[in-house]
Design a protein around this ligand. Sequence first.
Ligand SMILES: NC(=O)CC(=O)C(=O)O
Length: 320
Amino acid sequence: MAPTSVSPPPLRPPKANTQKYKVALCQLLVSADKEENIARARSRIEAAADAGAMLIVMPEIWCCPYSMDTLPSYAEDIDGGASPSISMLSEVAAARKITIVGGSIPEKASGKVFNTCCVIGTDGQILAKHRKLHLFEIDIPGDIKLNESDTSTGGQEPTVVDTDVGRIGIGICHDIRFPELAMLYRSRGAHLICYPSAFNISTGELLWDLMQKSRAVDNQLFVATCSPARDPNTKSEYMIWGHSSLIGPFGEVLAAARHEEATVMGEVDLSMIQSTRENLPLEMQSRGDLYRLVDVQRQRETASNGARARGSGERRRSGQ
Ligand SMILES: NC(=O)CC(=O)C(=O)O
């Protein structure tokens, strides 16, 4: 099948028609005690909502330590309704009428473990579930070695979701390294891409700022990242980088944490997307005659819809 190029739909206003709103990034200190983590997260989210945040972004793996050895023992059955972490997020979202990008938690489903982000709407319902697509595999001799695929399974679907505060694309940590995913989200009309993350100090110092700004400026949209806080007393070799940030469509740093526990707030002004794209019209300048993004998922859907339509046409003609 010939690839079809992808151009973005016009940006739709968010459901609540909110052009400007506050985002809170809750950079939580995470311990081995799940109940304590949930209680801590709840009080940070409530405090951020009280301070006016309409969108809260949580870290990658915030209900337990980001440790491949112990992760599966903390996994929760989200679809089976046995997830204390997601229940808490739903309760708070509904009570405070806020949207939550719920970081990620280990999810157990079909005998597997996924690294999963739930997006919760202002009525407390799960609007979308994103399973980390690209598992983190790294081996720098003498520095860091980690294989997420030893314990986790990768997801199969990119995630773009309409919320009261706009259209949001989701990636989890290592997903940020794949520019095509962010381009796909832009092509599907995302205003903001959220990357709950848990970068470590080996990669974070050089790459963290660079990648979040790149995803934002390449696609001329907002990027929000949220990490757990660094625990200076950790016995784990995996030392968290931190530095949760909100980046604007021109690469502006609108909010940034350091490495310790903190909630940082920044403002998203959706009109900045349009003005950046008018001031610097990359979309119009891009050379679609030389290169282009292919939305493989949409292409598959179109092909299978076409096959279904042809099948039913043939059945009608043959009187079946
Ligand atoms: N959790 C991760 O995916 C970590 C990562 O990407 C990193 O560079 O650190």
